[in-house]
Design a protein around this ligand. Structure first.
Ligand SMILES: *[C@@H]1O[C@H](CO)[C@@H](O)[C@H](O)[C@H]1NC(C)=O
Ligand SMILES: *[C@@H]1O[C@H](CO)[C@@H](O)[C@H](O)[C@H]1NC(C)=O
Length: 344
């Protein structure tokens, strides 16, 4: 098992960036969130599975990626926005005692095009409730102003009605990570900061420094995993000389990379500083790899089928939900409280 070889380097430096003029002030408290490697290797499998295009396999949790560390997961809501090619699910993970929400990244056949677009993305939207906080409106809208938001809030409400106040974990890869971040922020404002945690993989920047600072106060339990030379976390670009105008990552990055060469090499997980833009983490290398973007902890982080925005829904699923005029649909079911109790 390749996973066993991952080593964790805990860097426990306490950083005060207030005086460096980078615009992000983070206070480190004794109870600041601790990175959990085991949990992260489970979450990456959820972020991988949400790319599966066959809705039946996903809804019933029988897909090829719905095995391994996520076995026994119960999907209670699957939301598919056919119009915008977006997909997310809400479910309950018994073993984690948590509601898990995962967002799919871009389904473009040509990931290259999507990446090229990202070079030109501007901060173009004032995030509501955050003074001077600007975000990328495309990523924000993909979560907030599509059927995803209402579907997810509905799923979380039903899960908590059935199972009580479970913690909520939100994950996603690539653009799915960007949506996961906006969703986690939304849920933390509704359910409280202590009840929500976020882990994203290969996520692009989504807002400016003022937004990153606000974000890390509302959702402190956030880990943003990056991998070696993955290109996407470098985008949209960070302009060091324009701190007020540039995109700025929120903390806390965890950078995966290899030390050494060939069979002497071994993978490392580096816990980065609280700035969001640790120069010793992924920013210390050039972002020039798409293949590093498409694998995290050995899991495939892309579509299972090569066709563009393929969504498969079979008629037998129709009883679980409704399709709107645009072909968008949400499938949902009553959480199987009874089954869960019997297992315990
Ligand atoms: C890390 O997460 C795993 C899986 O949820 C859990 O079993 C373990 O107790 C956690 N470790 C710590 C130190 O919290
Ligand atoms: C986010 O969505 C909610 C309802 O779904 C809406 O009321 C609100 O105006 C949206 N926010 C923005 C800034 O678009």
């Amino acid at each position: 098992m390749e996973r066993r070889w991952w080593m964790t380097f805990m860097i426990t430096t306490c950083l005060f960036l207030g005086s460096t003029g980078r615009g992000l002030k983070i206070k480190h408290k004794a109870d600041s969130p601790v990175y959990n490697h085991t949990l992260t290797t489970i979450l990456v499998e959820y972020a991988s599975a949400v790319y599966i295009s066959d809705s039946t396999d996903l809804f019933t949790w029988t897909c090829s990626r719905c095995d391994g560390l996520t076995k026994g997961f119960e999907v209670i809501e699957l939301i598919v926005d056919v119009q915008n090619c977006l997909q997310a699910f809400v479910g309950v993970a018994d073993d984690l005692d948590a509601i898990v929400i995962a967002f799919r990244g871009t389904q473009e056949t040509s990931i290259q095009n999507w990446i090229e677009d990202l070079f030109w993305k501007q901060l173009d939207f004032d995030y509501p409730g955050c003074t001077d906080g600007k975000v990328h409106h495309g990523f924000f809208n993909a979560y907030n102003n599509t059927i995803l938001r209402s579907g997810i809030l509905d799923g979380v409400t039903r899960a908590r009605e059935a199972y009580g106040n479970l913690k909520i974990i939100v994950t996603g890869h690539s653009m799915g990570g960007a949506m996961a971040a906006f969703c986690g922020l939304d849920l933390a404002l509704i359910y409280g900061s202590k009840n929500v945690q976020i882990t994203t993989f290969g996520q692009p920047r989504i807002g400016n420094a003022a937004f990153a600072s606000y974000y890390s106060q509302v959702v402190p339990n956030t880990f943003r995993v990056t991998h070696a030379h993955d290109l996407v976390p470098h985008l949209p670009p960070y302009y060091q000389h324009f701190p007020q105008k540039t995109y700025h990552h929120f903390p806390r990055e965890v950078w995966l990379y290899d030390i050494g060469l060939g069979f002497l090499g071994y993978p490392v997980e580096k816990i980065c500083d609280g700035s969001g833009e640790d120069p010793e983490c992924s920013r210390s290398v050039s972002g020039n790899s798409i293949s590093d973007h498409l694998t995290y902890f050995g899991a495939d982080m892309g579509c299972d089928t090569p066709s563009k925005c393929k969504i498969v829904m079979t008629p037998n699923l129709a009883s679980y939900g409704e399709v709107d005029d645009y072909g968008n649909f949400a499938l949902y079911r009553v959480p199987s409280k009874f089954i869960r109790k019997m297992k315990k």
